[in-house]
Design a protein around this ligand. Structure first.
Ligand code: SF4
Length: 215
């Protein structure tokens, strides 16, 4: 994502929402983006007062640059390390290096573990629902890209990348009415089409192996 697209995305979000509890910057891998320090500084200066916590999620396979360390130290944004070392032990050295750098530089950081799970999108209806997912899953969050908000990151990813054929277009932050936006986000009509074919919170029972980078 370019810094221009990043700014536009955040501005679109704040054109409809006054405050955010948590804003997560995810990837791919955000640390691959050379402009990340500039994005964080801009975010802090422009909207930092309206966000309770900003979290940058990394797989801890890349050493943060000096510029990124400075930006994190100054903004007090949190670096959240996804710990894949339990399943891929060869990542341990680099993971510990990133933690060491965060400690040395007094960067707020946390460690999390997300198992890889199979949401079951390639199967027929599971009868999972948006509402039960929202109640049970700590990982559910909305995704904002450009001028659109999507009710669930998984649905967008599966629709866009894995191509199981589900339609998930999100809703415009520019042209939707307040009623349409609220109805979409809260799944007021008993969830969304994708949810019917998704294991939702139950996906945690269907773990699958993590991919490995061989070189
Ligand atoms: S698509 Fe699946 S993970 Fe996303 S809200 Fe619906 S049930 Fe939950």
């Amino acid at each position: 994502m370019s810094i221009e697209d990043f700014k536009a995305t955040v501005e679109h979000a704040f054109s409809r929402f006054r405050m955010m509890n948590e804003l997560h910057i995810i990837g791919g891998e955000p640390l691959l983006n050379d402009k990340l320090p500039d994005m964080l500084e801009w975010l802090h200066d422009s909207f930092g007062a309206y966000i309770n916590q900003v979290i940058i999620v990394t797989n801890a396979t890349i050493l943060p640059s000096g510029r990124l360390m400075n930006a994190l130290r100054e903004t007090r944004f949190t670096l959240l390390l996804s710990d894949y070392t339990r399943e891929i032990p060869e990542l341990t050295n680099r993971f510990n290096q990133v933690i060491g750098l965060a400690k040395e530089n007094h960067i707020p950081y946390g460690v999390t573990f997300h198992p890889f799970v199979d949401y079951g999108y390639d199967l027929e209806e599971h009868g999972s629902s948006f509402r039960s997912c929202v109640q049970k899953s700590p990982y559910l969050c909305h995704e904002i890209r450009g001028d659109k908000i999507f009710y669930c990151t998984q649905a967008r990813i599966n629709n866009e990348i894995r191509g199981y054929g589900y339609k998930e277009d999100g809703i415009s932050l520019v042209t939707s009415t307040d009623e349409e936006l609220e109805s979409y986000i809260h799944g007021a009509l008993f969830g969304h089409e994708t949810c019917k074919r998704c294991r939702g919170a139950d996906a945690i029972k269907y773990s699958c192996p993590m991919g490995r980078q061989m070189k």
